[in-house]
Write a protein that binds this ligand. Structure first.
Ligand code: ZN
Length: 156
């Protein structure tokens, strides 16, 4: 096997050398999976805590026995707010809604909610959708982020 094309490790414990740019435990690795339609997270083998995006150590107990697992796209709103003063690239969209969603796995992920603030409530069921970045997202993206897909929660 060509060592330079070795598949990155998808379970811990990871060494420093395992966390390369294409590792599924980094944001570039996470967004590469998402661009292929796979929502991934890390599940802790010691306490069961789930994290999206995947992280190389558990936020709940500190264990490094974590493994990348596919995550459900369904969840519910646990917190939300209206953004009235966005970054310049998103001024035309204001106000827009951003929420923290707890997925069915227990992992929490922040993202835009595709509904007016007044139409959202804590506990609302939502589904994560993924699309290519538009002009506003591309204008706001760093060079290494321009290939990253955009995730939006739709109220079901
Ligand atoms: Zn844990």
């Amino acid at each position: 096997m060509d060592e330079s094309r070795k598949r990155p490790r998808d379970r811990g414990p990871l060494s420093r050398e395992d966390v390369t740019a294409d590792s599924p435990f980094t944001l570039p690795g996470f967004f590469a999976e998402l661009a292929e339609g796979r929502l991934t997270g890390a599940a802790c083998s010691d306490c069961g805590h789930a994290m999206v995006p995947p992280r190389p150590a558990c936020y709940a107990c500190g264990s490094r026995a974590v493994a990348v697992e596919k995550q459900p796209r369904a969840g519910e709103v646990v917190s939300y707010t209206a953004v009235h003063t966005p970054p310049p690239a998103f001024e035309a969209r204001a106000p827009y809604t951003v929420g923290v969603v707890e997925l069915a796995s227990g992992a929490r992920l922040t993202g835009r909610v595709d509904a007016d603030y007044d139409a959202v409530a804590i506990g609302d069921p939502v589904e994560l959708t993924v699309r290519d970045p538009g002009d506003a997202e591309l204008a706001a993206a760093l060079d290494h982020e321009t290939d990253w897909p955009i995730h939006v929660f739709e109220v079901r």
